[in-house]
Ligand binder design. Structure first.
Ligand code: FES
Length: 154
């Protein structure tokens, strides 16, 4: 098993921040047209030292193990970051201790990056979040098509 696979396995043994944040300020949902996986991320902001920073982040995934491991790392990394700082993080930076993603797994990190950016987009506009805060991804999936905002991953 490669070093990367071992780290993914460790992250999956106790994924952090899994599940919805009922009082979230923003939620972002993306789907990958390539593999069909989906990921939703919730963000909760707080005021710290005069700045608006991410207090908590959480995720739900219908995705591969790598996407879950990256989302677990990313939701920890995001704590204390402003929306601008969070937006600058690339898929490879969001992996934290997992290190760089192997080429075959880059889109898994992009799924996490896409969900984060989708959520951040909703914090910069006064419009209500497209995906209702509080519904689980599985509840949304059971609704008729068109209820979930799908952001294609490049
Ligand atoms: Fe689809 Fe990893 S294989 S996100």
């Amino acid at each position: 098993m490669s070093d990367f696979e071992e780290k993914v396995r460790e992250a999956l043994a106790s994924p952090q921040n899994q599940g919805e944040l009922a009082d979230a300020d923003a939620v972002g949902t993306v789907g990958s047209p390539d593999c069909g996986d989906m990921l939703r991320m919730w963000l909760k902001f707080t005021e710290k030292d005069g700045k608006r920073v991410i207090d908590r982040a959480s995720f739900q995934s219908f995705g591969c193990q790598t996407a879950i491991a990256v989302a677990s790392m990313a939701t920890e990394l995001l704590k204390g970051k402003t929306a601008e700082e969070a937006r600058e993080l690339s898929a490879n930076e969001l992996t934290g201790d997992l290190g760089p993603l192997p080429p075959m797994k880059i889109h898994c990190g992009q799924l996490v990056e896409g969900a984060l950016k989708n959520a951040l987009d909703q914090t910069s506009t006064p419009a209500p979040a497209t995906a209702p805060v509080g519904n689980t991804l599985s509840q949304e999936m059971q609704k008729p098509a068109g209820k979930i905002r799908i952001v294609p991953i490049d």
